[in-house]
Design a binder for this molecule. Structure first.
Ligand SMILES: [Zn+2]
Length: 525
């Protein structure tokens, strides 16, 4: 039994002074006044006085990449490098300090961010990594640069044809440059994943500890089948405490179909989520697909990364096999097109009781706003993208009828909002997201009053979207989201009351205790 004077169930923003009693299956048996709690728990039950200023339901991060978070811990970080000398220094140092790793993979290398003209290539990487296979990847993961050993390991030669949906970049003489685009990276990723399996497992466990310490007990994960294998291994060893809704990558849907997986399969710890498709790129790369061209390039509307008929067919296949669908769509036109597909295939999703979703939905055409609620499409958004994008997104988008991250407007239409971090592309701390959603400012207070301030969420709406909304989008709102009887006993104690603290300080809140299934899995200090 856990006692506290300010327990928020999140049905409202009024706390209760009382206790939570969980049963042996990890569900809440009672929540309410202390005297009744004691009767329900029985006279011998231990009473744990929770620390801090408030108790809340634990968070559910609706969009995270656990596998990438784990592999980032085994990779050099080139994100802030702006010239080849800096890149060289980081890579050499990493090479020297990670001699036990069979493969080197990752890097968050950004060619657009390089001041000099010289970019990394196969010769450069050979000079650093020698015979150890290395694949440096771009921040968005869509481009890779391999050394000769990595190309050899994947049996890629100058004569290898480009794979479907990928490109092996060659120079004017037909020689390999080491650069690989999109699906050309896949064979190298697979080999690296196999070689690093044991190390990745250890790092995945560390990522889990980090996430639990941030008060997150549920995540919806968008990484690969390989991550699922590692999670399963942790789960079988009874080491998985974090609850993971594991989505299926589009290019691995055949595996899920062959195994007969359906959304909601599994148990309360590891379950199957939706199949993830991509409709467009990102605002930063100017590849988000728009109705009007980018303000700084009148010939660029971004790009659609799917064939419309194919995506429609895939949505039907997934839904007819009991798998919900999540589509990455950032630009307003990508959103329109995906909504069109969901409208056409709606009857199937309804028949199979599936909640399809759109991931990110950063730019929405005004005339599309009502369609999310009408079509029952959940909207999975990341508040720190909104503040991180400022002011660039406003500068590059030139459209009078486009709404930027319209959280409040979407809620008014009755749509379900599920919030998350997209970590490792953003930091996983949910209070960073809470601060961004409530203020629409960066942590330094810019812009004062918040961008599009009418789209700010209240604290209650924000916390609900991180708990109940996320649970609804994952189809588990009957057991998770609010602190209620018969919901999973997952909750947190925080150092300050998020309903009382100055909004500008919300990002600084710290989790003191995290409880999963009625058991403490994290205690600060
Ligand atoms: Zn993502």
């Amino acid at each position: 039994m856990y006692k506290h004077s300010r327990i928020y169930t999140l049905h409202t923003d009024t706390p209760i002074d009382g206790a939570i009693v969980s049963n042996e299956t990890g569900f809440i048996e009672f929540i309410g006044d202390f005297d009744t709690a004691r009767l329900v728990a029985g006279c011998g039950a231990a009473v744990v006085e929770l620390p801090g200023a408030a108790v809340l339901p634990a968070f559910h991060d609706s969009h995270i990449h656990l596998g990438m978070m784990a592999s980032d811990r085994l990779a050099p970080n080139l994100f802030s490098c702006t010239d080849i000398e800096q890149v060289s220094e980081v890579l050499r140092k990493f090479n020297n300090t990670h001699q036990n790793q069979e493969w080197i993979i990752g890097g968050h290398y950004d060619p657009q961010n390089q001041r000099g003209r010289e970019l990394i290539n196969v010769t450069f990487l050979d000079s650093i990594f020698g015979n150890r296979p290395a694949l440096i990847t771009s921040a968005d993961g869509h481009t890779g640069w391999a050394n000769s050993a990595a190309l050899r390991a994947a049996e890629i030669t100058a004569d290898t044809p480009d794979p479907a949906g990928g490109k092996i970049v060659r120079d004017a003489n037909g020689k390999l440059t080491g650069q690989l685009l999109e699906h050309a990276i896949t064979p190298l990723l697979k080999r690296a994943d196999t070689a690093l399996r044991e190390l990745l497992l250890t790092e995945l466990d560390r990522v889990q500890q980090q996430i639990l310490a941030l008060g997150i007990t549920h995540v919806t994960d968008f990484d690969t089948e390989h991550t699922r294998v590692l999670l399963t291994q942790l789960h079988l060893a009874e080491q998985l405490k974090l609850r993971v809704h594991k989505s299926v990558r589009a290019n691995e849907m055949n595996i899920a179909l062959a195994k007969g997986r359906e959304t909601g399969d599994g148990d309360h710890t590891l379950s199957t989520a939706s199949v993830k498709f991509f409709a467009d790129g990102t605002l930063g790369a100017r590849t988000a697909y728009l109705h009007e061209p980018y303000a700084d390039n009148p010939s660029n509307h971004g790009m659609l990364t799917f064939n419309r008929e194919e995506l429609e067919r895939d949505v039907i296949t997934a839904n007819e096999h009991g798998l919900a669908v999540s589509v990455h769509a950032i630009g307003n036109r990508a959103n329109t097109l995906v909504l069109d597909i969901f409208e056409k295939t709606r009857e199937i999703a309804t028949r199979f009781n599936l909640r399809n979703r759109i991931e990110h939905a950063q730019l929405i055409k005004e005339s599309d706003l009502k369609r999310y609620a009408e079509l029952g499409v959940c909207v999975s958004m990341q508040p720190t993208h909104c503040t991180g994008d400022y002011p660039r997104s406003i500068e590059i988008i030139n459209s009078a009828d486009t709404l930027f991250y319209p959280w409040q407007s979407l809620l008014k239409t009755g749509a379900t909002l599920a919030l998350g971090s997209d970590s490792p592309l953003g930091l996983p701390d949910p209070f960073h997201g809470v601060h961004a959603a409530v203020t629409r400012t960066k942590q330094n207070g810019i812009p004062a009053g918040g961008r599009e301030p009418h789209e700010r969420l209240t604290r209650l709406q924000t916390l609900q979207a991180y708990t109940h909304g996320a649970a609804y989008a994952a189809g588990i709102e009957n057991r998770s989201g609010y602190l209620s009887k018969n919901h999973l006993a997952d909750f947190i104690a925080v150092n300050q009351d998020p309903f009382r603290v100055d909004a500008a300080e919300l990002w600084q809140l710290r989790v003191l205790t995290t409880i999963v299934s009625g058991e403490i899995v994290y205690n600060s200090k």
